[in-house]
Design a binder for this molecule. Structure first.
Ligand code: ZN
Length: 321
C-alpha cells in the first residue's frame, strides 16, 4: 500500500485544526471542556455496573477524574445492549456539568482483520452499536483495538476488510457529527495489524486518512510492542515517531498504563503507574510532549479497592506540567 509523503501530510484536510481534540472532539455533541481540558485531563476506565449515572458519576468524583472511559456492553462478549434512557440522560448531564469528556471502549473481541467472516460482521456491528450509544450519551470517541490478521496469509485481505468496514462507519459518524473512532495499537504478536506506532500510517492510509479516525496511544501496548519507553527520552522519541507516522493532529486519547512485563514481551498486563517495568519518569515525558497537549489521559490499571484509580490519577496529575 503506498504511503503518503510526509510533507504533504500537513496539508491534508484531515489534519486541519478542526480534527484537534480541543475542537469538535471535546465540543460538538460532547460535554463542554472544563478548565482541565486545556491541560491534559486525567481520568480512568470507570465501572458502570448498577447504572451508567448511578455507578460512574460517584466513581468520577471519588477518583478525581477529569475524563472517563466506559464499556457499553460486556467487554468479552458480542451482546449489544440498549441503554436506559433515564440513566443515559443523567450521565450525560452529570458529565457535562463536570466538564469531563467521555470515551467508550469497544468490546475486546472486536477484530476487523479476522479471517472469520462472522467475527468481522460482529466487529462492525459492535462498533456501530458503540457509536450509537456514544451519540446517546454525548461521548467524544469510541476506542477499538487495531485487530489482527490471525493467519500470515490473511494480512493483505485484513487491511482491505478494515477499509471496507470502517469507511461506512466513519462516513456516517462524520455526517451526523457523532463520536469519532480511535484505533488503539495492540501489544504486538499474533499477526497484529498495528502495534508499533509506525504501523499506524498504513492503517490510516487504508481509510484514506478519514477525518473521523484518530489514534489512542496505550503506553503498555507500545512498550510490549518494543518501544523502549523506560530509557530517558524513550517516551519522547516514541511520540515523535507517532507524529512522524500520522501527523501532529491524530493523537486524540492516551491510555496511561505501566506494565508487568519487559519491553518487547508482546504481553498486555497493566500495572499501577510507577510500580511496573516502565516506571514513573516516562509518564512525565508523556505529559510534557507537545503531541499530548489537550489530549485526555485514561488509566486502565488494575484496582483492588473501590475507587481504585484515585492513586494513579493523582500520580499523573502530579507528573503533568
Ligand atoms: Zn488500552
Amino acid at each position: 500500500m503506498p504511503s503518503p509523503a510526509s510533507d504533504d501530510r500537513a496539508s491534508r484536510p484531515s489534519d486541519a485544526p478542526s480534527s484537534r481534540p480541543s475542537g469538535p472532539l471535546l465540543g460538538g455533541s460532547g460535554p463542554a471542556p472544563g478548565p482541565a481540558a486545556a491541560r491534559r485531563p486525567v481520568g480512568s476506565h470507570t465501572p458502570t455496573a448498577g447504572g451508567l449515572a448511578r455507578a460512574a458519576l460517584p466513581y468520577v468524583d471519588a477518583a478525581g477524574s477529569e475524563a472517563l472511559q466506559i464499556y457499553v456492553g460486556n467487554p468479552r462478549g458480542w451482546a449489544l445492549p440498549a441503554g436506559d434512557p433515564a440513566q443515559d440522560a443523567a450521565f450525560r448531564a452529570g458529565c457535562a456539568e463536570r466538564g469531563v469528556p467521555v470515551y467508550i471502549h469497544a468490546s475486546l473481541l472486536t477484530n476487523l482483520g479476522s479471517p472469520t467472516p462472522e467475527t468481522v460482521r460482529r466487529s462492525a456491528a459492535t462498533l456501530a452499536h458503540a457509536l450509537r450509544r456514544g451519540a446517546e450519551i454525548g461521548a467524544a470517541g469510541v476506542v477499538f483495538h487495531a485487530g489482527s490478521a490471525v493467519d500470515a496469509g490473511h494480512a493483505e485481505v485484513a487491511m482491505r476488510q478494515v477499509r471496507e468496514e470502517l469507511l461506512p462507519l466513519l462516513d456516517a459518524a462524520a455526517a451526523s457529527g457523532g463520536p469519532k473512532l480511535l484505533v488503539e495499537p495492540s501489544a504486538g504478536g499474533g499477526r497484529s495489524l498495528a502495534s508499533r506506532v509506525e504501523h499506524l500510517e498504513p492503517y490510516l492510509a487504508a481509510v484514506d486518512w478519514h477525518p473521523w479516525l484518530g489514534v489512542c496511544f496505550d503506553t503498555c501496548h507500545a512498550w510490549a510492542a518494543g518501544h523502549d519507553l523506560a530509557r530517558e527520552g524513550g517516551m519522547t522519541e516514541t511520540l515523535d515517531a507517532l507524529v512522524a507516522a500520522v501527523g501532529a493532529n491524530r493523537l486524540w486519547l492516551v491510555h496511561a498504563n505501566d506494565s508487568r512485563d519487559p519491553c518487547g514481551s508482546t504481553r498486555d498486563r497493566h500495572e499501577t503507574i510507577g510500580k511496573g517495568t516502565i516506571g514513573e519518569a516516562p509518564f512525565a515525558e508523556l505529559l510534557a510532549h507537545p503531541a499530548t497537549a489537550g489530549v485526555p489521559v485514561i488509566v486502565e490499571t488494575p484496582t483492588k479497592q473501590h475507587f481504585g484509580h484515585a492513586d494513579d490519577i493523582a500520580t499523573l496529575k502530579r507528573l503533568r506540567p
